[in-house]
Design a protein around this ligand. Structure first.
Ligand code: G
Ligand code: G
Ligand code: MN
Ligand code: NA
Length: 253
């Protein structure tokens, strides 16, 4: 069986699940958000990383199904947390194919409805590249999400084909600085200048800014100097199961 067929089976048979990684204030360390990340444990091959199966899903229409699955599971988990009095904002990754060919507005409103979730607790992460393929259609979808009260983050910011017009015209709430900038923050003065400038841009446009892939305290120091006050990364926590996540939350107060 090739990977595509195996992935199809996994989707049908509940072989995929979600892990959760916190987003933290770089000033206080407080948890300010959570990203859901899809995981696949193959019964024979073991853990297959997303970098291997997401591209396979993207080459077929399976990615549409995967997005639907992750959105549904993520919202279900969010509802369960809210019932337990755990109020956290959950970010879910959405593929460019979903924006191009899917019915994202329909899916999101169905999930909010089914699980009775307040839209303020849901954030969708989309990549820069998904914005340029069909800008007019995407603008309509993002405006619809904004009207619903769901927020939008731009994932992997700075590596794709971003344009400043996009930040001006689209209802974007948050920029996620790509990990490559954080990797080089201590060694490359140019990267620090770029982060600084993106920080100023984010502030003047009233966008939130978060750094991805924060692994060390010295990166935190540099990020604070550059005006970036939020981060996600192994320094704080690795992605983990929902129950481990709850346990971490319980110990973080
Ligand atoms: O979890 P990890 O950091 O290994 O993810 C690797 C890549 O897979 C990242 O680019 C991430 O955006 C993508 N990814 C992880 N989970 C999801 C998901 O639920 N949906 C989509 N579309 N992409 C995901
Ligand atoms: O592209 P996206 O931001 O959706 O993917 C996030 C990916 O980055 C996840 O696969 C997650 O496991 C990974 N990740 C999160 N924090 C760190 C980190 O500090 N270091 C590394 N190497 N990867 C990280
Ligand atoms: Mn992401
Ligand atoms: Na990213």
């Amino acid at each position: 069986l090739d990977l595509e067929n195996e992935l199809r089976n996994a989707l049908d048979q509940g072989g995929l699940h979600l892990e959760f990684q916190p987003q933290n204030s770089l000033v206080s360390g407080d948890i300010i958000g959570t990203e859901a990340l899809v995981r696949w444990y193959h019964p024979v091959k073991g853990r297959i990383p997303p970098v291997e199966f997401i591209p396979v899903a993207e080459e077929s229409s399976l990615i549409l199904e995967l997005d639907r699955y992750v959105l549904d599971r993520g919202c279900k988990q969010l509802a369960q947390w809210q019932q337990k009095g755990i109020n956290i904002k959950l970010a879910i990754n959405i593929s460019s194919a979903q924006l191009e060919k899917g019915d994202l507005l329909g899916l999101v409103s169905a999930c909010l409805d089914t699980y009775q979730i307040q839209p303020e607790w849901l954030e969708l992460e989309i990549t820069e590249n998904s914005l340029i393929k069909s800008p007019t259609e995407v603008a309509v979808i993002l405006s619809g999400l904004q009207e619903m009260g769901v927020s939008i983050a731009i994932d992997d910011f700075g590596t794709g084909y971003s344009s400043f017009a996009m930040l001006k015209d689209l209802p974007i709430n948050k920029i996620k600085l790509d990990k490559t900038f954080i990797d080089a923050i201590e060694t490359d003065a140019k990267d620090r200048k770029i982060i600084n400038t993106i920080g100023e841009l984010a502030r003047s446009l009233q966008l939130q800014l978060i750094a991805e892939g924060v692994e060390t305290n010295s990166q935190v120091m540099r990020l604070l100097e550059c005006g970036c006050y939020q981060g996600q990364g192994f320094l704080f926590a690795r992605p983990m199961s929902a129950s481990d996540y709850e346990e971490m939350l319980a110990h973080s107060h």
